[in-house]
Design a protein around this ligand. Sequence first.
Ligand code: PMP
Length: 434
Amino acid sequence: GPRSAELLERQQRRESNARTYPRNIPIAIAEGSGSFVRDVDGNVFIDFLTGAGVLSLGHNHPELVRVVTSQLGRLTHALDFPTPAKDAFVEAQLSMLAPGLRERMRVHFCGPTGANAVEAAIKLCKTATGRGDIVSFQGGYHGCSHAAMAASGLVSQKRPIANGVPGVHFYPYSYCARCPLGLRPDTCETNCAGLLEKSLLDPNGGVARPAAVILELVQGEGGVIPATRDFVRRVRALTRSLDIPLIVDEVQTGCGRTGTWFAFEQYDIEPDVIVASKALSGIGTPVALIMYDERLDVWQPGAHTGTFRGNQLAFAAGAEAVRILHRDQILANVRERGAQVAERLGELRAHPVVREVRGRGLMWGVELADPGDGRSAGQLARQVQSRALRRGLIVELGGRDDCVIRILPPLNVTAEVIDTACGIVIDAIEESYR
Ligand code: PMP
């Protein structure tokens, strides 16, 4: 519409941020409510981007609005001092961990974005182990600050940067749809994990014992790729046997997104460090933290500080979000709506241009293949995204060449909205491939 066009044009002239989401989703957003946003011209869209997975209870959940508003008149910023809002938030966060893990975990607020928490996790493990190398996985994403970017396996962002953070070693991830080793899932014997084992166990080669291994259990930006169970369990067993801290980056998968509070629960493993951010407050008031095993509790006073660590508005919202999660049985909804997505989008599996449909909970991706008509899979995905937008649905792309259509609905989304949105995705793919 004309008002969107005007704001987009003004943004384009002044902000390089215009080169991200607004380039392919050209709308200016006026307001949001639940699973929907309205643009400045009055058009309404289903929002399955939800601020990159931040708005887990949708836009402007009324109860979150109420607690944030009430906190706003009481206390907004208190550095690292204890406050009732912070105490309630930490209590709520720890209550979501299994007993045992809960007792062992310490919390460190970093802030305010996911990348800040990744930096903290890496730095803590380096401090605790006295070692410097990091093991990460191909296709992973951990953020745009220096060390987080260095640990990311998506390479296009860091290629132009001179003198990046050294000492990060990449290993293949269990991306079975396009196996990095060219193997087949039924006969591969999880050789991706095998390669890492070989390298870390080989005394005369491979990587010197690293300070940490950092892992996404479902690669999000990498294209919604759930790690296989065998892969994760072997990485955990190996790191445990060599006393290497395992960092799980749950920035995107955390806070219920995959159907459990954290994705690692579904693999029956316990990490040494958990990184969380995006949906912690449920309403987009920024907050990021790490939870780490008490054995790693080595930081001296002042070792890792920062001004914006722990936003009181986020604390108030986050504690309330956990209360709502229990009361409204949000995790059950994630699993039920996830099963609905699996069934609806599963129809696409036979489609000639669809390579794979995969996901966990309410984190789903449709990976497209090259259509064989001169367009790349990534170009096709871009067209699907535009067509979906025209039909009233906001989706994001991801994956190695942006060939995966990604959806991240609010966790309290209704069956009806899921049905409509899946229909739009299917129609947009049909329409783009004819
Ligand atoms: N880790 C993961 C898994 C992410 O998905 C993201 C953000 N997409 C980050 C880290 C970085 O978070 P932020 O953008 O808040 O710095």
